[in-house]
Structures are given as structure tokens and as C-alpha cells.
Design a binder for this molecule. Structure first.
Ligand code: GDP
Length: 369
């Protein structure tokens, strides 16, 4: 009874303590399995019975080992990113690890974009940002894993580019990779036996393989936790309040210079110089926007963060990083992008500042709309 048990699906050591760690099995399930000595961890059980994938957390060592594996493979790499959080979606050093392997870039959560945004513009932007990171994607595909948009197209492109090779799907957590893999599983199989889990050699990481039928597989890698994601600093509940959940409805705010908008207590926009103008905010429809004078903004934040300005809530604020300021001179109509939250469009001939939690990016890009 004291002997360690290993999941017969993925080989992880079975444990009943932490459901986010590999090998987690509920006590009740473990008791049932003790007669036979055969047990699937909860993740493998779900995968077999419901065709569903769940995330587990991983260490930096495992993460490096994973990237090295990918570098050594002869494979097509599919890199899934969240189009609302390009910076938070980056896998540090990915371009070095992919080596000569071709990369297909998937910009997920397309359903959140307003209809007025030309998709081709966004694809161009994603490509440019990828290039800046040293990645040269063959193509950029915009998908909605949640709404099942363009998954067919993605699968067609994968077939076109993999040329008889394996396919590794990589991404940081929260970009929607699990949702995407679940969609792919639904479309490709429907038969749980076709899905196997095994481990990346030399790591404790699970891998999920969806066979193409020619001896090659589509391999799902665990989500990589990225410290520069807004998601990293927020609880699951707060994250839902902060990040867009439905198609964004742009909102216009008439601002004079010297005025500030707080995006909950998560971020801040200062209109520093320029004529009175309507700035357009593309943010979660329910995120509380609060206007105040820039002059008083700092003391206003200290006084009201966690209450009038929320999320995050008062108790979460203790662990929330302080806001850091980025100033920009705007020469052409531009979007000030708050990684993970959305963006605010400002006209040319102005000076603005964006504030975000330390570690989370604020960037200026040419206006998308
Ligand atoms: P993973 O950590 O990358 O595997 O991400 P998940 O699949 O767990 O998704 C993270 C969050 O993003 C969840 O709240 C999903 O519901 C949401 N999500 C995933 N794909 C989409 C999408 O295409 N559109 C929208 N709006 N939300 C999505």
C-alpha cells in the first residue's frame, strides 16, 4: 500500500494533494483503483473519457528541457498566441530553440475583436511583432478556439506545411491552447483510444499525441507560465473581470489634456498634451473606467485602489505590483496597447502615458482601426 503508484497513462507519480501538479488523482478514485493497482491520474482519466485536456504547472528546468526537445525534433512548430497579449504570449528565446523548424503562428481569441477591425491588418501586425522576436512564421492564422472559427483552416495549413513531420503545439498558459487542442481532438477523432499520453523523455511533463495516421503526431506541450502576463498577477476570478470575454464594443471618452483614465486599478492612461479629443477604448465591456485629473491621479489611486478602482480587490492588491509608467509622443494615429487588457486609440500630435503593473508591457502601435 505504501508503494508509489504511477499513472498508467502518462507515467506521472500519483499524488492526491495538488490538483495542478502532475499525477493528481482524487482520493476516491485512488481507493477504487487500489484493487487492480492500475490507475489513471485525473488528467489522463479526463482525456480518455471526455477528450478534455487540463493544464498542469511546470518548473523552469522542465520548460528548458521541453524547448530543447522541440529544437532537436524535425517538426512543424505551431505557436499559439493571444492576440490581446502579444508580449505576454511570447516564449522567451523560442526563435533560438526552433532552429530550422518552420513556424506557423496562431493568433487566438479572434472572436473578441470588433467587426470593424480588418483581420489582414492584425495579421500583418502579428507578423511584424514576430519578426522583431526573430521568428519568421510561414503564415499567421487568426482563430477562435472558443467559437470554433478557422480551426478547419488551421488544420489545412498544418497539413500543407508539416510535410510528413510531427507537429508541436506550443504556447504560454492562458492563450487558449487547451481549448484549441480540444477543438482539434473533436474534429479529428472523437475516439478516445486514438489519443495517448506519454512523457517527454527526461522531464516530468506530459505530452498528448494526436496521430495523423502516417506514423506522425500532433503533440501538445504543456502551457508555459509567463511572468510578463497580466494573468500571472491575478486570480482566475479577477482575470475574468479584467480580460475581454465577448466581442469588444468600442467606447469613446472625450478628454482634455491633463485628464487620466483608470482601467479598474489594473492600468492607467494619461492624456498629457494635445487638443480636446475623443479617445476610443477597446477593453472588456464591463471593465470600470474612471476619469480623473492627472494631477491628482496618484493620490486618487492610493486612496481608492481595490474599492472604487477595481479589480483587483483590496486583498488581492497586496500581491499586485505597482504601476509603472511609459510615455509616448504620438506622431500618427496609434493604439496604446495594455498587454492582456486591450488598447486605447489616440490621434496624431499628442503625448500620452500608459501605466501597467511592473513587468507587464505597454506598447504603441499604428492604429488598427
Ligand atoms: P491555455 O492555458 O492556453 O490552455 O488556455 P485555456 O484553453 O485554458 O483558455 C484560457 C482562457 O481563455 C479560458 O478562459 C478560455 O475560455 C479562454 N479562451 C480560449 N480560447 C478562446 C477564444 O478563442 N476566444 C475567447 N474569447 N476566449 C478563449
Amino acid at each position: 500500500l505504501n508503494e508509489a503508484l504511477y499513472c498508467i497513462g502518462c507515467g506521472a507519480k500519483v499524488q492526491t494533494v495538488d490538483k495542478n501538479q502532475p499525477g493528481f488523482t482524487p482520493k476516491s478514485a485512488l481507493e477504487k483503483a487500489l484493487d487492480t493497482n492500475e490507475v489513471y491520474c485525473q488528467r489522463c482519466f479526463r482525456l480518455r473519457h471526455y477528450n478534455e485536456v487540463a493544464d498542469v504547472s511546470l518548473t523552469d528546468d522542465d520548460f528548458l528541457a521541453l524547448l530543447n526537445r522541440i529544437g532537436e525534433a524535425d517538426a512543424l512548430i505551431v505557436n499559439v498566441i493571444d492576440i490581446f497579449d502579444f508580449n505576454g504570449s511570447l516564449i522567451p528565446g523560442l526563435h533560438r530553440f526552433v532552429g530550422n523548424n518552420p513556424v506557423l503562428m496562431v493568433g487566438n481569441k479572434e472572436d473578441l475583436l470588433p467587426k470593424s477591425l480588418k483581420r489582414s491588418k492584425l495579421q500583418d501586425w502579428v507578423r511584424q511583432e514576430a519578426n522583431k522576436q526573430g521568428l519568421r512564421p510561414l503564415e499567421v492564422v487568426l482563430t477562435s478556439a472558443k467559437k470554433n472559427h478557422s480551426i478547419d483552416r488551421l488544420l489545412a495549413l498544418i497539413d500543407k506545411y508539416r510535410q510528413g513531420r510531427d507537429v508541436y503545439v506550443v504556447g504560454v498558459t492562458n492563450v487558449g491552447k487547451s481549448t484549441l487542442i480540444n477543438q482539434i481532438i473533436k474534429q479529428k477523432t472523437g475516439i478516445s483510444d486514438l489519443i495517448t499520453t506519454s512523457r517527454f523523455p527526461g522531464t516530468t511533463l506530459d505530452r498528448i499525441e494526436i496521430p495523423f495516421g502516417d506514423g506522425h503526431d500532433l503533440i501538445d506541450t504543456p502551457g508555459i507560465i509567463h511572468r510578463h502576463q497580466m494573468a500571472h498577477y491575478l486570480s482566475a476570478k479577477t482575470l475574468k473581470l479584467a480580460s475581454p470575454q465577448k466581442e469588444i464594443k468600442p467606447k469613446v471618452y472625450q478628454l482634455n489634456e491633463g485628464q487620466t483614465l483608470f482601467l479598474g486599478a489594473l492600468a492607467r492612461f494619461d492624456y498629457l498634451a494635445g487638443p480636446k479629443q475623443g479617445v476610443v477604448a477597446y477593453l472588456d465591456n464591463n471593465l470600470m473606467i474612471h476619469r480623473t485629473k492627472t494631477q491628482n491621479a496618484a493620490s486618487f489611486y492610493d486612496k481608492h485602489a481595490g474599492e472604487l478602482l477595481a479589480p483587483p480587490s483590496k486583498d488581492e492588491l497586496a500581491k499586485f505590483p505597482k504601476l509603472v509608467r511609459f510615455e509616448f509622443k504620438v506622431d500618427v494615429k496609434s493604439d496604446l496597447v495594455f498587454a492582456g487588457l486591450g488598447w486605447i486609440t489616440v490621434k496624431a500630435g499628442t503625448v500620452v502615458a500608459g501605466w501597467a503593473p511592473e513587468g507587464v508591457a505597454v506598447v504603441l502601435r499604428r492604429a488598427m482601426i
